[in-house]
Design a protein around this ligand. Structure first.
Ligand SMILES: NC(=O)c1ccc[n+]([C@@H]2O[C@H](COP(=O)([O-])OP(=O)(O)OC[C@H]3O[C@@H](n4cnc5c(N)ncnc54)[C@H](O)[C@@H]3O)[C@@H](O)[C@H]2O)c1
Length: 267
């Protein structure tokens, strides 16, 4: 069995998940990156592709020391598929130490009563249900590690969890749900050596923010920058720094908490 930590990043083909894969590879983890790697017909914008996934795997391999870096296509909402991903990781690396959920989608731009049902379902499925699926598929593997454990569950929530953002009500509901779910998960994991936390980014320069700008009929994502006290967009790598720390054994005193990396957007 490998002495390296083995970490699964769900929804890591681009954006914050991809930056997290590179950060964890650099920290010496075996990293498995899963992604749908295909569009969601319920949404009008493009999700990551298989070639995005291949690019991240190559970048993480280049950044890494000795860890195994693997990409796998799987829908984060499909519990059977995610259980298979976890089983394959355990068979290949001999262990699973951390599960990180960065899969996410955005829809809105209209009042909630005008949001197409398919878009509503996509937001609730990917932004909330996939986090619950990740815990149901992944926590049993974290619990299979010998004691004393240092298992880690980290999900990306959002400033939208704590602020009422107009025309993004479904997204706000899903992200608040993630924070509530992970808080309860931390309580369920009492005494196990496994922690559960959320990270809530502010406006971060990724495809989701570009789509959010389109939903608000803005010229581009840069128009969100002045809303944040730091006066600029956040880079995915800046979110990844904290996620990588929370995935490490040294973060063991931190659980059940939501951590803002939001340039002050939530103050
Ligand atoms: N960018 C921001 O400003 C911002 C702010 C707050 C929170 N977030 C959250 O950060 C997380 C990462 O998003 P991002 O900003 O990197 O955007 P992104 O669109 O670049 O990344 C999202 C990834 O999730 C994948 N994905 C979508 N549906 C999936 C599914 N069903 N199964 C597996 N993978 C799926 C996509 O293919 C893509 O690779 C999301 O949860 C998002 O809600 C982003």
């Amino acid at each position: 069995m490998s002495e390296r930590r083995s970490t699964l990043i769900i929804g890591g083909a681009r954006g914050i998940g991809a930056a997290t894969a590179v950060a964890l590879a650099r920290a010496g983890h075996d990293v498995t990156i899963s992604d749908r790697a295909g569009d969601d017909p319920r949404l009008p914008y493009a999700l990551a592709t298989r070639s995005d996934l291949d690019v991240v795997v190559a970048a993480a391999r280049q950044a890494g020391t000795s860890g195994q870096i693997t990409g796998v296509v799987a829908d984060a909402c499909d519990e059977i598929a995610m259980r298979e991903v976890v089983a394959e990781i355990e068979a290949r690396t001999g262990r699973l130490d951390a599960v990180i959920v960065t899969a996410g989608v955005i829809a809105g731009g209209v009042p909630i009563w005008e949001l197409p049902q398919g878009a509503l379902d996509a937001v609730l499925d990917v932004d909330l249900r996939a986090v619950i699926v990740a815990a149901r598929a992944g926590i049993p593997a974290l619990l299979r590690r010998p004691t004393p454990r240092s298992g880690r569950f980290v999900a990306i929530a959002s400033t939208a969890a704590s602020r009422g953002l107009p025309m993004l009500a479904a997204y706000c509901a899903a992200k608040a749900g993630v924070v509530g779910f992970v808080r309860a998960l931390a309580a369920e994991l009492r005494g196990s050596g496994i922690t559960a936390n959320t990270v809530s980014p502010g406006s971060t320069d990724t495809a989701i923010l570009a789509e959010t700008a389109r939903l608000y009929a803005l010229a581009g994502a840069a128009e969100f920058a002045p809303q944040q006290p730091i006066g600029r967009l956040i880079e995915p790598a800046e979110i990844a720094e904290l996620v990588a720390f929370l995935a490490s054994p040294t973060s063991g005193a931190i659980t059940g908490a939501d951590h803002a990396v939001d340039g002050g957007l939530s103050i």
